[in-house]
Ligand binder design. Sequence first.
Ligand code: HEC
Ligand code: HEC
Length: 281
Amino acid sequence: MKTKFYKSSKTLALGMSLLFGVTSGTAQDGSQLFQTNCAACHKTTDGKLVGPGMAGITEKRSTEWLKSWIKDSQAMIASGDPDAKAISAEYNNMVMPPFTQFSGAEMDALITYLGTLGAGSGTDTAQMVDIVYSDVEIAEGKKYFTGEKSFFNGGPSCISCHDVSADGVVGGYLAKDLTDVYARLGEAGIMAMITNAPFPAMNSAYKNNPVSGPEQKSLSAFLKSVSANQPENRSSSVITFLAYGFGGFFVLLILIMLIWNKRKKHSVKEQIFARQIRSIN
Ligand code: HEC
Ligand code: HEC
């Protein structure tokens, strides 16, 4: 029994080392690393997705700069590096996740791969197009978002982790509110996120139950409608809130003044005191 266990754990260890051997072997492949870790946010062309396109990046930045940026961009921004600060400001201080897990060899493979994406790797203007969705797509997207309609492959509905400001939607708080996400990421960004989220919780939710293209498109339609309806709604509701607030405040003030005016002009104690003074004199 004991030896059997020993043997099987030895096999397990061997299996594990093989597995790790294999993963670190493929991980040397910079293109593969890019696909799994970066492609949700970066295109290999000069087109914007969540972050800037990577075409020509090794001509724009030095290898050392790229390595420290990829490892921990926030630390680099905090250190005051002018290029890091500028690119972060250009993207509204959006945070790129740190990649501290890469080995030296993996980082080199990634940079080598980035080097193959020369400045001429393609121009991309798809993001600039204002996509017009039908009401049907928007309504479908809302159903998928809230779970009223299930995804074909059975992944969880977005509402289990995300909220948006829209009528009849009360979502989860595990992850970010998605009200303004369309304005920031656009359809391509949202679809890239759903396909290959760089966040473990969301990624594992859909890894084995991918959301289909048309389902993603309708979600994007819904998120666009939410995003587009927001700014006026929000500012007008703030004004209404303030108006009610001030109105209420003045009504209260008037009530207090009325009540105050009705009270006795002098307190009872004052009258007793006055009588006592008189009796002493
Ligand atoms: C969740 C989205 C996200 C992921 C994943 C991501 N990035 Fe970024 N990246 C950004 C954003 C946004 C910026 C723009 C700067 C900022 O706001 O921090 C950026 C900026 C960059 C820059 C600087 C570009 C310039 O013009 O200087 C490089 C280089 C970069 N990313 C490489 C990578 C690599 C390589 C990976 C994968 C290992 C990766 N990024 C993963 C979002 C992401
Ligand atoms: C299991 C939980 C979970 C589910 C389900 C889920 N997400 Fe996410 N999502 C996350 C997490 C975690 C993040 C990372 C951002 C954060 O920390 O809030 C994220 C980020 C995002 C982002 C990027 C947000 C940004 O501001 O950059 C988008 C877009 C997004 N999710 C869309 C969706 C859509 C659409 C669905 C439904 C198909 C969905 N998510 C389902 C957990 C989830």
